[in-house]
Design a protein around this ligand. Structure first.
Ligand SMILES: Nc1ncnc2c1ncn2[C@@H]1O[C@H](COP(=O)(O)OP(=O)(O)OP(=O)(O)O)[C@@H](O)[C@H]1O
Ligand SMILES: [Mg+2]
Length: 422
């Protein structure tokens, strides 16, 4: 529990003149100015935002400390300035020299990029009024303080008040504001969920600590679709867009060998393509081994049983190994069909089609059951360039020009489609 002190306000309804009142208007009477989006110059980010930045919007970029939030936004600033924009970068965490050092490392220093090292909201508002930038970057919201409140920076009240003030600034001046927010160890942006409803778009920056790739994901967007992801690679010269992320998720995959299947799993709200590998080797011992890495061993035994009984593919006297590539742990039932396919492929020693992805839960009767958010998964499959998806029969209809969706109702049918079973 955190005590929150509200700014003192006059209570009661103020008497307003009739002329001062805001009046309701007919929607049809409003004159429309066409909204033209501004391209950030980073294609992956523009796509995540739904085709560019909407001028006058407030965007929140969240992420764990050190993931590369400042880097990404500084790169965006550079591109915006290159395209003739005027940008003010406010840093409450680093000195101007540090920002300059990073800008040099990222390879471009622009004259129209202004840097302000301040934490006081009044300083920022004054700077905006003086320079009149089109874009404002605040790094980070947790460092800002509003003088109307006495609570510490980063507290719920401060974060909320500062965001509200920035929102006012954005809407009044048609200023686009990027706000950086740190994700705390509790997994929410600090002060955080308090911010999401106020801003126009919420982007999360995620990454695998051991790998160099980073993912930007929209969880909210008032001007575009959500659940789009953009993939970047962190390098010395900053973040480099990854045009084909499947190479990263499925790096090192050999599709010409048996036992390799690609499945779609939902990581939080993000669909992700992962490779499942299976190996079946004959054993002289009476009790064959069953080994699973990143997958539940009992579920493996169950799926082997279903495969044997419902599709007549027998594990028999073989050691069976199952591995989820990339060190991930998968628990979602939607990957069952992929596991079944990988196992059947390994047992029959027949490679699966390289461009096909499998989606579906498998029941004890060998039926393929529908899974949640098939559409989001298929969207990801299509985006990553796969040509065919084997899905449960009762899935929402989905027509993508370059993705063929093959509905199946049993594992036997699925294995026939995949060419493992006659
Ligand atoms: N010279 C370099 N070469 C390669 N990568 C670098 C280099 N310098 C920094 N990085 C990477 O940049 C990332 C940190 O970037 P950045 O400072 O933008 O993160 P941040 O999210 O803003 O962090 P903070 O939470 O501290 O503000 C780290 O992942 C680091 O590995
Ligand atoms: Mg930073």
């Amino acid at each position: 529990m955190v005590e929150e002190q509200l700014p003192i306000q006059e209570k009661g309804r103020r008497a307003k003149n009739e002329s001062m009142r805001v009046k309701p208007q007919r929607l049809t009477e409003l004159s429309l100015k066409p909204v033209s989006r501004v391209l950030s110059g980073i294609a992956e980010l523009d796509r995540v935002l739904g085709g560019g930045i909407v001028p006058g919007s407030l965007l929140l970029l969240g992420g764990e400390p050190g993931i590369g939030k400042s880097t990404l936004l500084l790169q965006v600033c550079n591109r915006l300035v290159q395209n003739g924009g005027k940008v003010l970068y406010v840093s409450g965490e680093e000195s101007a020299e540090q920002v300059r050092l990073r800008a040099e490392r990222l390879g471009s220093i622009m004259p129209d990029l202004f840097v302000l090292c301040a934490v006081d909201l009044d300083d920022i508002i004054a700077a905006v009024e003086e320079i009149k930038p089109e874009f404002l970057v605040v790094d980070s919201i947790q460092t800002l303080v509003s003088s109307t409140l006495s609570s510490a920076p980063g507290s719920v009240a401060q974060v909320r008040e500062c965001t509200a003030e920035l929102l006012r600034l954005a809407k009044n001046n048609r200023l686009t504001v990027f706000v950086i927010g740190h994700v705390t160890k509790f997994g929410a942006i600090a002060g955080p969920k308090t911010l999401e409803h106020m801003v126009d778009a919420v982007l999360y920056f995620e990454g695998e600590p051991s790998l160099n790739y980073r993912i930007v994901r929209t969880v909210k967007n008032r001007y575009g679709p959500t659940n789009e992801i953009g993939v970047f690679e962190m390098s010395e010269a900053g973040l480099i867009e990854v045009a084909n992320p499947s190479e990263f998720f499925l790096s090192g995959r050999r599709s010409d060998v048996s036992g390799s299947a690609v499945v779609v799993t939902l990581e939080g709200s993000r669909p992700m393509l992962v490779e499942i590998q299976a190996l079946a080797t004959p054993t002289p011992f009476p009790l064959p081994q069953r080994v699973a890495t990143g997958f539940d061993l009992r579920r493996l035994a169950l799926l082997l049983g279903i495969l044997e009984r419902r599709a007549s593919i027998n594990g028999g006297r073989r050691d069976i190994f199952l591995n989820v590539a990339g060190g991930l742990k998968l628990t979602e039932p939607a990957i069952d069909l992929g596991v079944i396919a990988a196992l059947a492929s390994a047992i029959r020693n027949t490679p699966l089609p390289a461009d096909t992805v499998m989606i579906g839960e498998v029941g004890l009767a060998g039926e393929v059951r529908s899974v949640t958010r098939t559409e989001a998964r298929l969207k990801e499959v299509a985006r990553l360039g796969f040509k065919r998806a084997v899905v449960p029969l009762r899935s929402p209809k989905m027509n993508k020009s370059n993705l063929r969706v093959v509905p199946v109702d049993t594992i036997g049918g699925a294995l026939k489609v995949l060419g493992v079973k006659k």
